[in-house]
Design a protein. Sequence first.
Length: 253
Amino acid sequence: MAFYDLSKAEREQLVVKIGAQLEKAVITGNSKTCLRHFNDPDTYIRKTAYLAVGRLYIAKPELQAAVLKTLEQLLPHNSFYVRQTVVNAAGEIGKNDFKAVQSFFDNGLFDAHHAVRNAVIGSVKKMGEVNPAPVLQWAKSYLHHEDKEIRREICHGIELRGRKYPQDILPLLKELEFDQTARVRNTLVHVLGQIAYKKGCLAIVLAHLKTWKNTALVADALEEIIDVHDRYKDFAVLTQDEARAMVAAYFKL
């Protein structure tokens, strides 16, 4: 029976059960129990598992080394579900202790399966939101990687931090302004739009864009920013007309 086929009370009981099983598995060094939950085809069972591992790492410092050892043992598994769940568990840990799990992201970025690489992006987003300094420093080291997909994934991964604190990621985004790869360029424009429509963000983004040298890219970004204020009008602080007027004022259009 799938996780959300259960009643709320049954789901709560299952969360506790899985947490206890994973803790016992970490203590005893029996990774088979972890494997069963990490490889479950139900997304929500896997999520329950990686959240439980993250909580365990924070709640019981004496088990931290054992938790990391368990994740390291599971990372090379041939199932992408397992590798994906390992990365997501590392993301939960990295919210507080990125250094301890950095190697999981160094590996996950180059995984053969897109689901694992997407788990890296998702983890960078959630870690960067609450533990930005080490995460952004790590991300910066990949901004000029020879693999265009790595550059694109890093650009996408740092987006969430920028929705509240665009000033934190704009210098990193600027390093990609002359990237010639269409997928990287399109992601860059998308991210600039996504970090511009929240409260207090548009002025910061526009002021920074005025320092960029790639005028064609800036023009595309401004168009995206204006468009985003219509597409996300239910969430944007400014109306599209107000955003258009601010863009015109900053760039004297």
